[in-house]
Design a protein around this ligand. Structure first.
Ligand code: NAP
Length: 323
């Protein structure tokens, strides 16, 4: 008998061909999130969960006694209770690497949109304001020669750094473990403790995963350390930044602007972030390219199949389940 699998949301079908061949797939082919009751009903007999945009809580695991693997559709897996999964010997996997370039591109898009006021200018023209050129109109902030501070210097942080170099920026970075062999610290990028990075950067871009440690890593105190007129970009996870404190810093003029793809209480957006002119907001579209979303589907399916076939999946998050 084929193993039973639930795919919780519609993702590019091209990535799921092998999954359909090898498994008995319950495919929730919709962009709507499954209501909790419905979700819990549909996990009852599954062996594998391809977890797209839902919370894999301990409660869900209690409703899925046969569950062997949770394959998360995303590199960030803060939506999965990994500790509970490990206790139950459930394998958890994610989709690193394939999301890196798309997310770095969006990050750079937000940097440009907010500093060069592209989104604001677009709104002005589209609201039927007559076209007017003025030498002092919509003056922005030039990137060349400025300092970009990257908080979290892993795959995406380093990819953003490469783009910043192409724009003639200086790059400094902060991460939990200051230096390791995977980071090219040669002459290109310089490590700084967080406090110094915040003081020295013209733009701060966040690229840490959401964990207990990184929750509100950027709060009122950290925002106050940033230069007056600096910008904050967050394409990592909303709760890493204290949104209330960010709104205050933007309203007071201490920060010149923010580019945000993620929010503290998604899908809710702080109403004042919506009203402020100096914010550019996108609805969590970091990985939203057809290429990346397809690659993520393939990778998530491969992880799931490997686990169900008794092989160690390539992108396992909790290898300790095998101990
Ligand atoms: P990664 O390669 O694991 O890099 C994470 C970096 O953050 C590492 O340098 C790590 O340093 C550092 N770090 C971890 N915890 C920290 C802490 N408490 N304080 C300071 N630094 C810390 O991950 P990635 O692939 O770049 O992805 C980063 C995050 O981006 C994901 O977890 C996800 O939440 C988010 N993301 C969002 C989107 C979107 O759609 N907007 C798309 C993709 C990813 P160490 O080496 O010291 O651990």
């Amino acid at each position: 008998m084929k193993p039973k699998v639930l795919v919780t949301r519609n993702i590019p079908r091209e990535g799921l061909i092998e999954l359909f061949q090898k498994c008995d797939v319950d495919y929730h082919n919709s962009n709507e999130v499954l209501p909790k009751r419905e979700l819990f009903k549909r996990v009852k007999e599954i062996d594998g969960l391809l977890c797209v945009g839902v919370r894999a809580s301990e409660e869900l695991m209690e409703h899925a006694p046969r569950l062997k693997v949770i394959s998360n559709y995303g590199v960030g897996y803060d939506n999965v209770d990994v500790k509970a999964a490990t206790r139950r010997k459930i394998i958890v996997t994610n989709t690193p690497d394939v999301v890196t370039e798309a997310t770095a591109e969006l990050t750079f898009g937000l940097i440009l949109a907010v500093t060069r006021r592209i989104a604001e200018a677009n709104s002005i023209l589209k609201s039927n304001t007559p076209f007017r050129w003025g030498p002092m109109q919509l003056l922005g902030f030039e990137l060349t020669g400025k300092t970009l501070g990257i908080v979290g210097f892993g795959r995406i942080g380093q990819s953003v750094a490469r783009r910043a170099k192409a724009f003639g920026m200086n790059v400094i970075y902060y991460k939990r473990t200051p230096r390791d062999k995977s980071v090219d610290i040669s002459e290109q990028y310089h490590y700084k403790p967080l406090e110094l990075l915040l003081k020295e950067s013209d733009i701060v871009s966040i690229h840490v995963p959401l964990t207990k440690e990184s929750y509100h890593l950027i709060g009122e105190e950290q925002l106050s350390l940033m230069k007056k007129g600096a910008y904050l970009i967050n394409t990592a996870r909303g709760p890493v930044v204290d949104e209330e404190a960010l709104v205050k810093a933007l309203k007071s003029g201490h920060l010149a602007g923010a580019g945000l793809d993620v929010f503290e209480r998604e899908p809710h957006i702080h109403p004042e972030l919506l009203e402020l002119k100096n914010t550019v907001l996108t609805p969590h579209i970091g990985t939203s390219t057809l290429e990346t979303r397809t690659a993520m589907a393939k990778m998530a399916a491969e992880n799931l199949i490997a686990a169900l076939e008794g092989r160690q999946p390539p992108n396992i998050v909790n290898p300790e389940v095998y101990k």
